[in-house]
Ligand binder design. Structure first.
Ligand SMILES: [Mn+2]
Length: 445
């Protein structure tokens, strides 16, 4: 990771206040409630971004005036080595992380006193309290640092893009392997096991989020993570899962039939989602607004559902009545980076649009080169959403109730690719079969 470039980028935003320092507290080991069960360590994303350090109990200070980078490492004793292995000396740590100055954690107060900052920029109240607990002599500011970091993290450096490409490469393999392996009668957790196996086998050890491995009606549960039911012949299977490479996430979704051949309804509805995905991807370029892409997707979905006689009426009217949100109730996509739902979707002052479906959109801003986004349209038959609509006069007149009720056990279809926004369009990082013919060929060997 190019942490030195990230620090430079951040410092350039603080030139106005030459007397301040930026403080970041790294993450600590987390335990399961009151036990000694350790959760797998995963560095806090902002700290990782600025330091490249993915181990617990480090701190960092950036001196705005000199640009000097101070890293503080935890003091480890022989007992630590007994349980956790070799304790590196300060020279080894310095060699690895390349700070301008390396100290131990208990030197933090002394170093801050030497720097005499007019203000200490902190990420949040919790970190500000940590500084105030050290000493009340420092003035803390929690207004600027998070926004500045968010601004930096939105536009990826070449080094970050390479990590995202490498994450995508391995995730493409894992998605292809589960597609090849699925047979009716397998359990969702068997698919999860296979997916995880191919990630870990290829060196990715950390999932980027809780993977969704859903069969049948579970495919219509947006954040289904039980992953414990049987996938039957005739069912759809939906996998939305990804692992991270040095913190950088992949987030890919594919949906396909358990028995390797799409039924008539499955193929027809799948093709609408695929057309929506492909058309939205073609629209991706600098200057395009994510909310406009989302509304374009809604329109394509309405046209498709109308053609299948699932809904009826004028598409413009249905757009006004938000009929799309009954079938596509989530956002079209989000930023991707050190977090799966990466930062920066709503710059300061930009509010969510209070409209069904659209309000869950995680990004509302113009795309710029170097941003990384997901595009993930879907169509679902969710009785909890559709039943009340039958009772709603404004909505019911557009719905073919009989046809929709016959699809109550259909589940849902979502297809998701990851894209880098480039100067003249996009680079699609996801290369997992998505055309109906391609999928059927893969699944039938
Ligand atoms: Mn996603």
């Amino acid at each position: 990771m190019s942490a030195n470039l990230h620090r430079e980028k951040l410092l350039s935003l603080f030139e106005e206040n030459q007397e301040g320092v930026i403080f970041l507290k790294g993450a600590e080991t987390m335990y399961r409630y009151g036990t000694d069960y350790e959760f797998p360590f995963r560095q806090e994303s902002n700290f990782w971004y600025l330091t490249g350090v993915n181990e617990p109990e480090y701190h960092a200070v950036l001196d705005v005036k000199s640009g000097e980078y101070h890293l503080f490492s935890p003091k480890r004793d022989a007992q630590f080595a007994v349980w956790h292995g070799n304790v590196r000396d300060q020279n080894e740590i310095k060699e690895e992380y390349q700070p301008d100055r390396l100290h131990q954690n208990n030197d933090l107060l002394t170093i801050l006193r030497n720097l005499k900052p007019s203000v200490v920029y902190c990420l949040d109240e919790e970190q500000a309290e940590f500084i105030e607990d050290l000493s009340r002599e420092f003035t803390v500011d929690t207004d600027s640092l998070r926004d500045a970091l968010t601004y930096c993290r939105c536009i990826k450096t070449e080094g970050e893009l390479d990590l995202l490409r490498e994450a995508a490469r391995i995730n493409n393999i894992a998605h292809l392997e589960v597609m090849k392996a699925l047979k009716p009668g397998m359990y969702e957790y068997e698919m999860k096991a296979l997916f995880d196996y191919h990630q870990v086998k290829n060196g990715l050890l950390q999932d980027a989020y809780n993977g969704i491995h859903a069969g049948g009606e579970n495919t219509a549960v947006l954040h289904y993570v039980d992953n414990n039911e049987k996938i039957n012949g005739g069912d759809l299977y939906l996998v939305d899962a990804g692992y991270e490479k040095e913190g950088y996430a992949s987030d890919v979704t594919r949906t396909y039939p358990a028995n390797g051949r799409f039924s008539g309804d499955q193929a027809a509805i799948y093709q609408i989602v695929l057309n929506t995905l492909n058309k939205c991807i073609e629209l991706v370029k600098p200057g395009v607004k994510m909310e406009d892409l989302h509304l374009a997707a809604c329109r394509i979905i309405l046209h498709g559902l109308k053609e299948l006689k699932i809904i009826k009426g004028d598409v413009d009217e249905m757009m006004e009545q938000n009929i799309f949100a009954l079938f596509f109730p989530h956002g079209l996509g989000h930023f991707l980076g050190l977090d799966t739902h990466d930062v920066g979707g709503y710059p300061q002052g930009v509010e969510r649009i209070d409209r069904p479906g659209v309000r869950f959109l995680r990004v509302r801003r113009e795309l710029m080169p170097g941003m990384v986004i997901t595009i993930e349209p879907g169509i679902y038959f969710i009785p909890a959403l559709l039943k009340p609509a039958f009772e709603n006069e404004e909505q019911a007149k557009y719905l073919n109730e009989k046809r929709i009720k016959s699809l109550f056990n259909f589940g849902g279809i979502r297809i998701e690719d990851n894209l880098i926004v480039t100067e003249d369009g996009y680079e699609n990082l996801t290369d997992v079969p998505k055309e109906i013919k391609e999928i059927e060929n893969v699944m039938q060997g």
